[in-house]
Ligand binder design. Structure first.
Ligand code: SIN
Ligand code: FE2
Length: 220
Protein backbone atom coordinates (compact mmCIF):
# COMPACT_ATOMS: atom_id res chain seq x y z
CA UNK A 1 0.00 0.00 0.00
CA UNK A 2 1.33 3.42 -0.89
CA UNK A 3 2.43 5.49 2.09
CA UNK A 4 3.65 9.04 1.93
CA UNK A 5 4.01 12.11 4.08
CA UNK A 6 0.27 12.40 4.32
CA UNK A 7 -0.56 8.82 5.18
CA UNK A 8 0.34 7.34 8.54
CA UNK A 9 0.33 3.70 9.61
CA UNK A 10 -3.26 2.79 10.35
CA UNK A 11 -4.00 3.06 14.05
CA UNK A 12 -7.40 4.14 15.29
CA UNK A 13 -7.44 7.01 17.79
CA UNK A 14 -9.64 6.72 20.88
CA UNK A 15 -13.01 8.48 20.61
CA UNK A 16 -15.98 8.82 23.02
CA UNK A 17 -18.74 6.17 23.17
CA UNK A 18 -20.76 6.11 19.96
CA UNK A 19 -17.90 7.56 17.88
CA UNK A 20 -15.07 5.83 16.02
CA UNK A 21 -11.97 6.85 14.12
CA UNK A 22 -11.31 4.39 11.27
CA UNK A 23 -7.74 5.10 10.18
CA UNK A 24 -7.21 4.62 6.44
CA UNK A 25 -10.61 2.97 6.03
CA UNK A 26 -11.28 4.70 2.68
CA UNK A 27 -7.98 3.64 1.07
CA UNK A 28 -9.66 0.75 -0.76
CA UNK A 29 -12.09 3.25 -2.33
CA UNK A 30 -9.55 6.00 -2.99
CA UNK A 31 -9.43 5.80 -6.77
CA UNK A 32 -13.21 5.64 -7.13
CA UNK A 33 -13.64 8.54 -4.69
CA UNK A 34 -11.28 10.81 -6.63
CA UNK A 35 -12.94 9.97 -9.94
CA UNK A 36 -16.48 10.50 -8.61
CA UNK A 37 -15.46 13.70 -6.88
CA UNK A 38 -14.28 15.18 -10.19
CA UNK A 39 -17.55 14.17 -11.86
CA UNK A 40 -19.74 15.57 -9.10
CA UNK A 41 -17.94 18.91 -8.82
CA UNK A 42 -18.10 19.35 -12.62
CA UNK A 43 -21.90 18.94 -12.51
CA UNK A 44 -22.51 20.80 -9.22
CA UNK A 45 -19.54 23.12 -8.63
CA UNK A 46 -18.19 23.84 -5.16
CA UNK A 47 -19.41 27.21 -3.90
CA UNK A 48 -19.14 29.36 -0.79
CA UNK A 49 -22.61 29.38 0.75
CA UNK A 50 -23.58 32.18 3.10
CA UNK A 51 -24.63 31.72 6.71
CA UNK A 52 -28.10 32.85 7.78
CA UNK A 53 -26.28 35.94 9.09
CA UNK A 54 -24.98 36.68 5.58
CA UNK A 55 -21.31 35.71 6.05
CA UNK A 56 -19.70 33.63 3.28
CA UNK A 57 -18.32 30.37 4.73
CA UNK A 58 -14.58 29.69 4.42
CA UNK A 59 -15.38 26.11 3.34
CA UNK A 60 -16.70 25.65 -0.23
CA UNK A 61 -19.54 23.10 -0.55
CA UNK A 62 -21.58 21.01 -2.90
CA UNK A 63 -23.65 17.82 -2.57
CA UNK A 64 -24.57 14.54 -4.15
CA UNK A 65 -27.42 12.19 -3.32
CA UNK A 66 -31.19 12.61 -3.09
CA UNK A 67 -30.83 15.52 -0.67
CA UNK A 68 -28.25 18.25 -0.34
CA UNK A 69 -27.49 20.46 2.64
CA UNK A 70 -27.63 24.17 1.92
CA UNK A 71 -27.26 27.39 3.87
CA UNK A 72 -28.46 30.83 2.88
CA UNK A 73 -30.19 33.87 4.38
CA UNK A 74 -33.24 31.70 5.05
CA UNK A 75 -31.34 29.20 7.18
CA UNK A 76 -29.94 25.69 6.96
CA UNK A 77 -31.91 22.88 5.31
CA UNK A 78 -31.89 19.90 2.97
CA UNK A 79 -33.14 20.38 -0.58
CA UNK A 80 -33.57 18.05 -3.54
CA UNK A 81 -32.14 20.46 -6.11
CA UNK A 82 -28.99 22.50 -6.50
CA UNK A 83 -30.19 26.09 -5.99
CA UNK A 84 -27.49 27.33 -8.43
CA UNK A 85 -28.71 25.25 -11.38
CA UNK A 86 -32.20 24.11 -10.41
CA UNK A 87 -31.16 20.55 -11.30
CA UNK A 88 -31.30 17.58 -8.93
CA UNK A 89 -28.00 17.01 -7.10
CA UNK A 90 -25.75 14.45 -8.85
CA UNK A 91 -26.68 10.90 -7.79
CA UNK A 92 -24.82 9.31 -4.89
CA UNK A 93 -22.20 7.09 -6.58
CA UNK A 94 -22.29 3.40 -5.61
CA UNK A 95 -18.67 3.50 -4.41
CA UNK A 96 -19.36 6.35 -1.97
CA UNK A 97 -22.55 4.68 -0.72
CA UNK A 98 -20.74 1.35 -0.23
CA UNK A 99 -17.88 2.99 1.64
CA UNK A 100 -20.32 4.79 3.95
CA UNK A 101 -22.33 1.66 4.67
CA UNK A 102 -19.17 -0.37 5.33
CA UNK A 103 -17.70 2.29 7.64
CA UNK A 104 -20.96 2.63 9.56
CA UNK A 105 -21.19 -1.14 9.97
CA UNK A 106 -17.55 -1.30 11.10
CA UNK A 107 -18.36 1.28 13.79
CA UNK A 108 -21.38 -0.71 15.00
CA UNK A 109 -24.13 0.89 12.92
CA UNK A 110 -25.48 -1.83 10.65
CA UNK A 111 -28.24 -0.86 8.20
CA UNK A 112 -27.08 2.70 7.48
CA UNK A 113 -28.58 3.96 4.22
CA UNK A 114 -27.39 7.51 3.42
CA UNK A 115 -29.59 9.84 1.40
CA UNK A 116 -27.34 12.92 1.56
CA UNK A 117 -23.65 13.51 0.92
CA UNK A 118 -22.23 16.95 1.67
CA UNK A 119 -18.87 17.70 0.08
CA UNK A 120 -16.69 20.26 1.86
CA UNK A 121 -13.52 21.76 0.41
CA UNK A 122 -11.03 23.40 2.76
CA UNK A 123 -8.31 25.51 1.19
CA UNK A 124 -5.44 26.25 3.62
CA UNK A 125 -6.81 28.54 6.34
CA UNK A 126 -10.41 27.34 5.98
CA UNK A 127 -12.06 26.01 9.13
CA UNK A 128 -15.39 24.92 10.50
CA UNK A 129 -16.48 26.19 13.88
CA UNK A 130 -17.97 23.89 16.51
CA UNK A 131 -21.54 22.87 15.70
CA UNK A 132 -23.99 20.00 16.03
CA UNK A 133 -25.47 18.24 12.98
CA UNK A 134 -29.14 18.67 13.73
CA UNK A 135 -30.83 19.56 10.46
CA UNK A 136 -31.61 15.88 9.82
CA UNK A 137 -35.11 14.60 10.57
CA UNK A 138 -33.62 11.14 11.16
CA UNK A 139 -31.21 11.40 14.07
CA UNK A 140 -31.28 7.65 14.67
CA UNK A 141 -28.75 7.20 11.86
CA UNK A 142 -25.04 7.87 12.38
CA UNK A 143 -22.87 10.35 10.47
CA UNK A 144 -20.01 9.09 8.33
CA UNK A 145 -17.24 11.57 7.55
CA UNK A 146 -14.49 10.79 5.02
CA UNK A 147 -11.31 12.89 4.84
CA UNK A 148 -9.27 13.32 1.66
CA UNK A 149 -6.24 15.42 0.79
CA UNK A 150 -4.45 17.66 3.28
CA UNK A 151 -4.42 16.63 6.94
CA UNK A 152 -6.62 18.42 9.45
CA UNK A 153 -7.36 18.47 13.15
CA UNK A 154 -10.94 17.34 13.77
CA UNK A 155 -12.39 18.81 16.94
CA UNK A 156 -14.75 16.42 18.68
CA UNK A 157 -16.53 17.67 21.77
CA UNK A 158 -19.40 16.61 23.96
CA UNK A 159 -23.13 17.25 23.92
CA UNK A 160 -22.68 20.80 25.20
CA UNK A 161 -20.40 23.58 23.99
CA UNK A 162 -18.77 23.70 27.42
CA UNK A 163 -16.84 20.44 27.05
CA UNK A 164 -13.38 20.95 25.66
CA UNK A 165 -13.14 19.08 22.33
CA UNK A 166 -10.72 16.24 21.63
CA UNK A 167 -8.23 17.07 18.89
CA UNK A 168 -8.21 14.19 16.40
CA UNK A 169 -5.60 14.44 13.63
CA UNK A 170 -7.09 13.15 10.36
CA UNK A 171 -5.20 12.24 7.19
CA UNK A 172 -6.12 11.24 3.65
CA UNK A 173 -8.63 8.36 3.64
CA UNK A 174 -9.40 8.41 7.38
CA UNK A 175 -13.07 8.00 8.27
CA UNK A 176 -14.86 9.15 11.40
CA UNK A 177 -18.29 7.81 12.37
CA UNK A 178 -20.50 9.16 15.15
CA UNK A 179 -23.98 8.20 16.22
CA UNK A 180 -25.98 6.84 19.17
CA UNK A 181 -24.89 8.65 22.35
CA UNK A 182 -22.49 10.83 20.29
CA UNK A 183 -24.93 11.69 17.48
CA UNK A 184 -25.37 15.27 18.66
CA UNK A 185 -21.76 15.84 19.74
CA UNK A 186 -20.32 19.25 18.94
CA UNK A 187 -17.61 19.02 16.29
CA UNK A 188 -15.58 21.21 13.97
CA UNK A 189 -12.33 21.52 12.04
CA UNK A 190 -9.30 23.63 13.06
CA UNK A 191 -7.89 25.90 10.33
CA UNK A 192 -6.25 23.70 7.70
CA UNK A 193 -2.48 24.25 7.47
CA UNK A 194 -0.71 25.10 4.23
CA UNK A 195 0.42 22.14 2.21
CA UNK A 196 0.21 20.27 -1.05
CA UNK A 197 -1.27 16.78 -1.16
CA UNK A 198 0.17 14.49 -3.87
CA UNK A 199 -3.32 13.49 -5.12
CA UNK A 200 -5.44 16.53 -4.29
CA UNK A 201 -3.07 19.49 -4.20
CA UNK A 202 -3.52 22.36 -1.75
CA UNK A 203 -6.87 21.31 -0.29
CA UNK A 204 -8.70 19.05 2.11
CA UNK A 205 -11.93 17.47 0.92
CA UNK A 206 -14.45 16.02 3.35
CA UNK A 207 -17.47 13.92 2.45
CA UNK A 208 -20.16 13.83 5.11
CA UNK A 209 -22.77 11.13 4.60
CA UNK A 210 -26.03 11.37 6.45
CA UNK A 211 -29.57 10.13 6.61
CA UNK A 212 -31.53 13.35 6.39
CA UNK A 213 -35.04 11.93 6.13
CA UNK A 214 -36.51 8.87 7.79
CA UNK A 215 -36.73 5.95 5.32
CA UNK A 216 -40.57 5.97 5.19
CA UNK A 217 -40.59 9.59 3.99
CA UNK A 218 -38.17 8.93 1.12
CA UNK A 219 -40.08 5.83 0.06
CA UNK A 220 -43.28 7.74 -0.63
C1 SIN B 1 -18.84 18.87 9.00
O1 SIN B 1 -18.97 18.90 10.20
O2 SIN B 1 -19.81 18.99 8.23
C2 SIN B 1 -17.50 18.68 8.36
C3 SIN B 1 -16.52 17.97 9.17
C4 SIN B 1 -15.21 17.81 8.45
O3 SIN B 1 -14.92 18.54 7.48
O4 SIN B 1 -14.42 16.94 8.84
FE1 FE2 C 1 -20.99 18.76 10.99
Amino acid sequence: MERDLFTRAAAPLPMPAGAAHLAGFALAWEEALLKELARITAAAPLRHMVTPGGQPMSVAMTNCGALGWVSDRRGYRYVERDPESGAPWPALPDAIRELAIAAARHAGYAGFEPDACLINRYAPGARMSLHQDRDEQDQAAPIVSVSLGLPAVFLFGGLTRRERPLRVPLVHCDVVVWGGPARLAYHGVAPVADGHHPKLGPQRINLTLRRARPPNINAR
